[in-house]
Design a protein around this ligand. Structure first.
Ligand code: SF4
Length: 213
């Protein structure tokens, strides 16, 4: 069984798959408390569903791209059979994780979007650094950046772990309504960093506080 916060169909707003129609499966619960978290409603709200029922819900949307997110999706053991059954149904499966739990057991065809928490999140001590060595060229790494200190931290991690070229993308995302995207863009350009500036497109389409989109 899984505890599911919501299942919905929307436009992918993050990652290199931005702009694609996608079904999102949001799992309940997270053991981190990032200062800028925009899905705190997923910490406790949820209903029990079997893996079979979740797969049937996803199939009902007739969409070949599905993202499993949270909360922290890797906290629930049945997320692994869910990923496998979604793969078996022929879909492209992505999982977005906070980066503090091992991604070792995620089936290899699943595209892993792994956060590295910067100091401004308040959770950078929890980063599971071994994850960065497990990434493949289909996976993506995401840094949510609140201020200049976060930017310099992210820039250092990218260099220290040689992330450029080992992954599909290194995403630098400003905290919405806290760090101006223009400021982050200028820092990236000044340093000639080959990372990808990521804006949360769904927030520009539907608004920052709208759920289920
Ligand atoms: S890991 Fe994600 S869900 Fe958990 S507190 Fe941080 S931003 Fe929120």
């Amino acid at each position: 069984m899984l505890t599911i916060n919501e299942v919905f169909y929307s436009i992918q707003g993050e990652s290199t798959h931005t702009g694609r129609p996608c079904v999102f499966v949001r799992l309940t619960a997270c053991d981190l408390r990032c200062s800028w978290c925009d899905t705190a409603y997923a910490f406790t709200e949820g209903t029990k569903m079997s893996v079979t029922d979740v797969v049937a819900r996803v199939e009902g949307y007739g969409c070949d791209l599905v993202e499993i997110t949270g909360g922290e999706p890797l906290l629930q053991r049945d997320v692994y059979p869910l990923m496998q059954q979604l793969l078996d149904s022929g879909r492209t499966v992505m999982v977005e994780t906070g980066g503090h739990l091992s991604i070792r057991d995620v089936p290899s065809p699943v595209i892993r979007i792994v956060d590295v928490k910067c100091p401004g999140s308040g959770e950078s001590a929890k980063n599971h650094w071994e994850n960065l060595e497990l990434l493949t060229r289909q996976d993506e790494v995401k840094f949510v950046i609140r201020d200049r200190a976060d930017y310099e931290y992210a820039r250092d991690v990218v260099a220290r772990h040689a992330l450029i070229g080992r992954t599909a993308a290194v995403l630098f995302s400003p905290v919405h309504n806290v760090l101006q995207s223009k400021v982050l863009a200028e820092w990236i350009l000044e340093d000639r960093l080959p990372v990808r500036l990521q804006l949360q497109v769904h927030k520009f389409i539907w608004g920052a506080d709208v759920r289920g989109v």
